[in-house]
Design a protein around this ligand. Structure first.
Ligand SMILES: [Cu+2]
Length: 145
């Protein structure tokens, strides 16, 4: 058993080295929306590379339209508006999380419930794409979500 897992580690390690992808996406989830409402999605994008990257679009079969939203203080209250993209600085990370920037899944094709999983594709400014899965949850990953 020990030999097998050691081998597996070597193989997985090599895989990561050869792809050299500087983008790490983690903590992705979607909050279970109320009936007939859009759903908000969250994730953390980490950029281990030496150049900034920009998330420019998100697509999923689960919704007719998906936008990147940012929060803005306007007329004495917080509102959200679509953004053309979200920059992730070189060597840094950006968290889309409750109360802040988020993905907005509009016109859901079917209700999303706790325990579902949504496939999505993130597209970056350099044309690269990343497939991700976002589990649907009632509660966030952390206590203050
Ligand atoms: Cu929104």
């Amino acid at each position: 058993m020990k030999i097998v897992s050691a081998l597996l580690l070597v193989i997985v390690g090599c895989g990561q080295e050869h792809t050299g992808d500087p983008i790490v996406v983690r903590d992705a989830w979607i909050r279970e929306p109320p009936p007939r409402s859009p759903a908000a999605g969250y994730l953390v994008i980490e950029n281990r590379g030496g150049k900034p990257v920009e998330l420019v679009a998100v697509a999923t079969e689960a919704a007719e339209q998906t936008e990147i939203h940012i929060m803005e203080y306007k007329d004495d209250r917080m509102t959200m508006r679509p953004a053309a993209g979200i920059q992730v600085p070189a060597g840094g990370e950006v968290a889309l999380k409750p109360g802040g920037a988020h993905l907005m899944l509009m016109e859901l094709r079917q209700p999303l419930r706790d325990g579902d999983e949504v496939d999505a594709v993130l597209r970056f400014g350099d044309g690269t794409e990343r497939r991700i899965q976002l589990p649907v949850r009632k509660k966030g990953l952390y206590e203050d979500d």
